[in-house]
Design a protein around this ligand. Structure first.
Ligand code: PLP
Length: 452
């Protein structure tokens, strides 16, 4: 394994003097609206190695964040670094066929599930989701899209209306023909039911909701097999097949957005494998380039031919599949295979999950712990019965206390997301959970967490 498994080592106050200097320098010119985690941390990172990050003052942290599930191979993987450096010295501009691009498409085709043996490459996640929606329109000749409460698919105008929370407020009017139905977020079931005795009431509701509100022109159902942004939410395995059958009944494509769940994150290569669903298209990104900005759409031979999507130049972009991106995709796929990272995700994910379940017994404010592979969610609540979420003041405190002890994790929100690089070692995982344990104990003993 590439990672030497560095453990936390904190030498200065956090953030240290060099971090503060760099952070302040950046703040003088950067526009507002950048990632909350970076603003809260105030730390400037210098380099990374495997599942560890080292800041400008020489403090080393365990990374439970991975750039929001981007750094699948961890930081500075030697194979990736050398392949990108070699390619940068030869050719960096795309458009034409290259040996590297041919290899990337071949490896994607080999890894893709079912009939999705062809692909398009892009450079950002939202761009890939937009492409998949154009594909659905081209193939079905319809235009409406159904998405889910809590879903996230990017911030461009074509997908903003499909984001299932209030973050789109203030950007209207949004494109029409977008419908939201409840996700199988069973811990917070809007119908106050329990799985499996609920009989998947949320799917019955979705069916009726679409019937009552759409113009009968649904081109696609867009779904995350497990929701990342909402808090690493894991639906029961029989839910996605029911959604697939709803898509079929509507004559709509089922598009699985595997930006987060793809490439081994959930302990299988694809999130859809957990439920055995065969989607009509899959959108991919994040972990597929392990940090290099590359995204794409996996599709079948038949659907990919649909026009206008399949016409020459209709679905290309300036950077999609450029030689550097192609090398990043190939190196990621080959390393996942050679270093058995899907298995590592499954194995280390199970260790983290079982340790967190022990913490759940210890701390009254842990309402739920769930996960598949290295996609793990924790729910922090004021009250186990009402499930009211813990306040921002407490969760930001948890984030900062964890950082001070050498753990970077998305705990500034009460639906904590844990998604480390797939190369994380068991020792690093244990060290990360031990820090969370320490911080939770500090909160229990010294913070008025119910009130704050
Ligand atoms: C499931 C999912 N789809 C799409 C996106 C958008 O990706 P990008 O930020 O690269 O546009 C994200 C980003 O978090 C995501 O989680």
């Amino acid at each position: 394994m590439a990672s030497n498994g560095k453990l936390p080592s904190i030498r200065t106050v956090v953030p240290g003097p060099k971090s503060i200097e760099i952070f302040d320098q950046e703040q003088r010119h950067i526009a507002p609206g950048r990632q909350r985690i970076s603003l809260l941390a105030g730390v400037a990172f210098d380099h990374g190695e495997g599942a560890s990050l080292t800041d400008a003052d020489g403090n080393t942290y365990i990374d439970f964040f991975a750039g929001v599930a981007v750094a699948s191979l961890g930081h500075a993987h030697p194979r990736m670094a050398s392949a990108l450096a070699k390619q940068a010295a030869r050719l960096t501009v795309g458009t034409f066929a290259t040996r590297e691009r041919a290899e990337a498409f071949k490896l994607l085709s080999d890894a893709a599930p079912g009939k999705l043996k062809r692909s398009h490459l892009y450079s950002g996640g939202a761009e890939a989701v937009e492409a998949a929606l154009r594909l659905a329109r081209s193939y079905t000749k319809k235009h409406e899209v159904v998405a889910f409460w809590g879903g996230f698919h990017g911030k461009t105008m074509g997908v903003l209306g499909l984001v299932g929370d209030e973050s789109k407020q203030g950007y209207g009017p949004l494109p029409g023909g977008r419908y939201q139905v409840p996700y199988a977020d069973c811990y917070r079931c809007p119908f106050k039911l329990e799985h499996p005795s609920c009989g998947l009431a949320c799917v019955d509701f979705a069916r009726q909701q679409i019937k009552n509100s759409s113009a009968g022109e649904v081109a696609a159902i867009l779904v995350e097999p497990m929701q990342g942004t909402a808090g690493n939410v894991i639906p029961p395995d029989d839910w996605l097949p029911a959604i697939a059958s709803l898509a079929k009944d509507l004559g709509a494509l089922l598009i699985a957005d595997e930006m987060i769940t793809g490439f081994g994150r959930t302990g299988k290569m694809w999130g859809v494998e957990h439920s055995g669903v065969a989607p009509d298209a899959i959108t991919i990104g994040k972990g597929m380039g392990s940090g290099f900005p590359v995204s794409g759409v996996l599709l079948s031979e038949e659907i990919g031919k649909a026009e206008p999507f399949g016409k020459p130049s209709a679905s290309s972009s300036s950077y999609g599949g450029n030689p550097l991106a192609a090398v990043a995709v190939s190196e990621t796929l080959k390393t996942i295979r050679d270093e058995h990272l899907v298995e590592n995700s499954r194995k280390v994910g199970a260790v983290i999950l079982s340790r967190l379940r022990r913490l759940q017994e210890k701390y009254e404010f842990i309402g739920d712990v769930r996960g598949k592979g290295l996609l793990i969610g924790i729910e922090l609540v004021r009250d186990l019965k009402t499930k009211e979420l813990l306040g921002k003041k407490v969760t930001e405190h948890i984030f900062k206390e964890a950082l001070k002890r050498g753990l970077v994790t998305m705990s500034y929100f009460p639906r904590i997301r844990i998604n480390p690089p797939l190369v994380i070692t068991e020792a690093q995982a244990e060290a990360g959970v031990a820090i969370l344990d320490e911080v939770f104990a500090e909160v229990r003993d010294h913070v008025d967490w119910r009130a704050a």
